[in-house]
Design a protein around this ligand. Structure first.
Ligand code: NDP
Ligand code: MG
Length: 334
C-alpha cells in the first residue's frame, strides 16, 4: 500500500476565503503556521497568553494576540498548537465553551483527539495538518519558496468540505509544496509516539548511554567515549538522511561496514524486537496515554526526577566541556 500524496494543484486556498483562522499558541508550530498562512492571504488571529516571550514575539510580528477564549469565539477554524499535555484542560475550560457551532477543530498532532482528551461537540469536524518538521523549518522553507512535507488526517465523520479546508490550510503553510500525505488520527498518533519512544528519543539515548558507560567502566577516557558514542552519531545520521543505510555503508570503511552487519543484530536482538512490539501495544491500547496524562495530573514527579537524574550524568558533563572546544558547533545549554 502506498500513501496518497497531495501537491499544490490538489489544494485550493479559496476554501479558506472568508474564514478566520485562530492559531492557539505562538510557539514552535504556532509562530510558523500563523505567519505562513497570513503570507498566503488568509485571515489569522492569535490566541496567546500574555507575560512571556511568545506573546512579545507575536506582537513583534504585527499580530494582536488575544485570549484563547476570544480567539475561539471569532474563529471558523481553530488550530490548537499548545503543548500536548495542557491541551485537554485548556480545551475543556476555554475552547469548547466558545466554539462556533460549525467550526473546524484542528491540531498538528493527534494525541489529544485520538485518546479522547479533546472531544469535539456534534457538528464540529476535527482535522489534522502536521508538518514533518519543527516550526522554524516550516517558516524558513516557506520564506525560501519551499515547504516542509506534511500529513493530513480527517477525524471521524468529517466532511469532504473539511478535507478541502485541510488541503487549503496545508497549502497555506507551504505543505503542499513538499507534498501532503493522507493518514489517519490513529496512524499519525501511534507512529509518532512509537518513533520517539523506540528510536528517536528513547532508543537512541539509551543506546548512547549504555555504550558510553561500557567504555568508561572498562577504563577508557570519558572524552574518547563521548566522541565515539555520541558526537560521531551526527555524521552517521547525516548520511542516513542523505542516502539511507546504503549511502552510510558506502561512506564508512569496510571494517565499519563488516562490524555493522555482524554486531548490529547482536545489539538489537529478537528480545529487543519483542519489546518494541510490547511498546507499540501499550501505545495502541491507550496505556501509555493514560500513564502520561495521570503523570501530568500528579504534577509530573517521575518525569521531573528523570530529567534531574539524566542532567547529572557523566556523559552530559563531559559533553558540555568538549562542545565548548568545538567552536563550529552551535552548542546549546538549557
Ligand atoms: P511550543 O511548546 O513551542 O509552544 C506552545 C505554546 O503554547 C506557546 O505559545 C506557549 O506560550 C503556549 N502555552 C504553553 N503552556 C500554556 C498554558 N498552560 N496555557 C496557555 N498557553 C500555553 O509547542 P509546539 O509548537 O512544539 O507544539 C504545538 C503542537 O504542535 C503540539 O501538538 C505538538 O505535538 C505539535 N507539533 C510540534 C512539532 C515541533 O517540531 N515542535 C512538530 C509537529 C507537531 P508561553 O510562551 O506563554 O508558554
Ligand atoms: Mg514526531
Amino acid at each position: 500500500m502506498t500513501a496518497k500524496i497531495y501537491y499544490d494543484n490538489d489544494a485550493d486556498l479559496s476554501h479558506l476565503k472568508d474564514k478566520t483562522i485562530a492559531i492557539l499558541g505562538y510557539g514552535s508550530q504556532g509562530h510558523a503556521q500563523a505567519q505562513n498562512l497570513r503570507d498566503s492571504g488568509c485571515t489569522v488571529i492569535i490566541g496567546q497568553r500574555p507575560g512571556g516571550a511568545n506573546y512579545d514575539l507575536a506582537k513583534s510580528h504585527k499580530f494582536e494576540p488575544m485570549s484563547v477564549e476570544d480567539a475561539v469565539k471569532k474563529a471558523d477554524v481553530v488550530n490548537i498548537l499548545l503543548p500536548d499535555e495542557v491541551q485537554g484542560d485548556i480545551y475543556r475550560n476555554s475552547i469548547r465553551p466558545n466554539l462556533k457551532p460549525s467550526a473546524v477543530l484542528m491540531c498538528s498532532h493527534g494525541f489529544n483527539i485520538h485518546f479522547g482528551q479533546v472531544e469535539p461537540p456534534k457538528g464540529v469536524d476535527t482535522l489534522l495538518v502536521a508538518p514533518k518538521g519543527p516550526g522554524h523549518l516550516v517558516r524558513s522553507e516557506f520564506v525560501k519558496g519551499g515547504g516542509v512535507p506534511s500529513l493530513i488526517a480527517l477525524g471521524e465523520g468529517a466532511s469532504e468540505k473539511t478535507r478541502q479546508i485541510g488541503l487549503a490550510y496545508a497549502k497555506g503553510i507551504g505543505g503542499t509544496r513538499g507534498g501532503v500525505i493522507e493518514t489517519t488520527f490513529a496512524e499519525e498518533t501511534e507512529t509518532d509516539l512509537f518513533g520517539e519512544q523506540v528510536v528517536l528519543c528513547g532508543g537512541v539515548s539509551e543506546l548512547v548511554k549504555a555504550a558510553f558507560d561500557t567504555l568508561v567502566e572498562a577504563g577508557y577516557q570519558p572524552e574518547m567515549a563521548y566522541f565515539e558514542c555520541m558526537h560521531e552519531l551526527k555524521l552517521i545520521v547525516d548520511l542516513f538522511y542523505q542516502g539511507g543505510l546504503n549511502y552510510m555503508r558506502y561512506s564508512v570503511s569496510n571494517t565499519a561496514e563488516f562490524g555493522d552487519y555482524t554486531r548490529g543484530p547482536r545489539i538489537i536482538t529478537q528480545e529487543t524486537r519483542a519489546t518494541m512490539k510490547k511498546i507499540l501495544y501499550e501505545i495502541q491500547s491507550g496505556q501509555f496515554a493514560r500513564e502520561w496524562i495521570l503523570e501530568n495530573r500528579a504534577g509530573a514527579p517521575a518525569f521531573k526526577a528523570s530529567r534531574r537524574r539524566d542532567r547529572g550524568l557523566l556523559i552530559e558533563q563531559v559533553g558540555r566541556r568538549l562542545r565548548k572546544l568545538m567552536t563550529w558547533i552551535d552548542s546549546k545549554e538549557v
